[in-house]
Ligand binder design. Sequence first.
Ligand code: IVH
Length: 674
Amino acid sequence: MAKAAPKSVIKEIAELRDKLRYHEYRYYILDEPEISDAAYDGLMNRLKELETAYPELVTPDSPTVRVGGAPREGFQTVRHARAMLSLDNAFSYDGLREWDRRVREGSGREKIEYIAEHKFDGLSISLQYEDGFLVRGVTRGDGATGEDVTPNVKTIRSIPLQVDPAILKKAKLAASFEVRGEVLMTRKAFEALNRQQEKIGGKIFVNARNSAAGAVRVLDPSITAARRLDFFAYYLFVDGKVPFAKHSESLSVLKQLHFRASDDWKLCNGIDAVTEYCDTWDSKREKLAYEIDGVVIKVNSTGIQNELGFTSKAPRWAIAFKYPARQETTVVNDIRVNVGRTGALTPVAFLEPVQVGGVTVSRSTLHNMDEVARLGVQIGDTVLIERAGEVIPHVLKVLKEGKNRRPFLMPKECPECGSAIHHVEGEVAYRCVNAACPAKRKESLLHFASRHAMNIDGLGDKIVDQLVDKGLAKDVADLYTLKEGDVAGLERMAEKSAQNLLLEIAGSKKSSLARLIYALGIFSVGERTGQLLAEHFSSLEELAAAKEEQLEAVHEVGPKVAASIVEFFSEPANRQLIKKLNKVGVHPTAEKRKVKSDKFAGKSFVFTGGLANRSREEAAELVQQHGGKISSSVSKKTDYVVVGTDPGSKYDKAKELGVTILTELEFDKIIQSK
Ligand code: IVH
């Protein structure tokens, strides 16, 4: 029997949950955080710790459920209490005026009060709350039935898991209600996702809408959680009916209930005010944090809405005004490659300059050779390009093949330094592996100095270009031997800023080992891997000497990452760099993991289901302290599968393959045994 939770723990859990909810509201809804991310993580970790120790105190609305649980087998379909209809579209102001005429005639009124709102470009979702708690999230599906995506929507931080009964009371709203709105990805989240995909040679998403929709409709909620989605609410029902006399009241109440709802809606008296609103946002929409593809106009009075009713497909009382897509045709004059920090060559289309939505576009990244092949694009072709908010537009498709078109071939030599290009069969990326390539050198210096790496403020691209071109920084270690005279002689460098930059550089010597590992720019080693490696190896020298097996013993480091680390340190230039860094005083050390025994040496473990006595991270730490390693999937090579509550498909797989299965209790006994 688990021990009963003391009152003090119950109290602390309640306080932590309140605090986390408050800070989530400040961060995700108001966009005005009061505490640092680290402080927020601290509160969350403490709550997780207590919930692990006292699993009976876990509730379905706890902030800890946002991390995403175990994947499921498939989606259940759910019938909507009230059909989720689509909207009729208008593509011109004439179309809008025509609709306004029908609304006025249908309602017998001369002028109508409308609400104009952003048309969010995402995926519509219905959220059902019972007794103030979120119980279900369902996609639109075919309008009549949708997919139950509850575990996924629970990971979206702008969706409240519970609403405050006091606010419900104040708004005179029943505790069971339905909220509809749009799940979307902000431009920033979308760009970060594609940067990440480009780095790992993964699928490049064409637009934020598709990647948001894809992330909601995956079976593994941890993928939804990782993709940083947002939710904007625009509709409120109680028992299938709008509970207020006006739509504008619904929008205000949604905000009071701590839903994210746009502040940019406007009450428009008559259709002229509506077209003015559409005009205003057409010129401002590029600056929004998320994409909109139009404006939704709704009759404000619920009474008139009911009088007008619905056609079989859409309400008569609302319409979507669609902005023309920001697409343009142009010619691909050339395709050249850009050399990145890791040496990866990215094909870039050089376009005949063309105006797209007020911006001149003359380049577009083609991401990688797979994308070039998928588009079938060649030099000389006429293409359709789209600027969907990103600074860099993308090529959508080839419209007309050029008369003298010629295919783009990946160069055999690096365009920057002339050394041979490497390509591993089956991988997407082509790379320049010359450590001294100036293009790579510049990118490596910028990465080394970046905020999450050594955090050297003031070392931007203009300075880096000059340092490399003048031969002052051949590698990152050279930064530490720069003299004031070197730096002050650079263009755009005042004396004071030269001194500041040198102080920043010197200060960065104190950075942690984790930061330094990340800062080296080893292919496939991101911030998190840097941290994990620093927990395992006590210095850079020790990491550099590690064999692949030792690296793979680190939690989350697989064969690919291990091979990449070994390859990096086997390069003589890189070994030299480590020595040089050491000499100039960059040699952070870290606390090494305490090894308790080698009873699990060479054994691999997989965990599935919920653990009662510890978090997954703690369990993994224990296995590693005893020499074992953790794997995320079950195979014939797995030695033990530890099964908690509600195990997933890994449990079935283990039975099928005859892998030894342990309960958490049995696992505990082995750990405690001598
Ligand atoms: S109201 C019955 N308001 O656009 C009316 N929809 O093209 C329900 N959408 O299916 C929709 N922003 O997914 C409404 N402010 C907004 C919206 C919005 C985006 C989506 C929604 C709808 C689609 C129709």
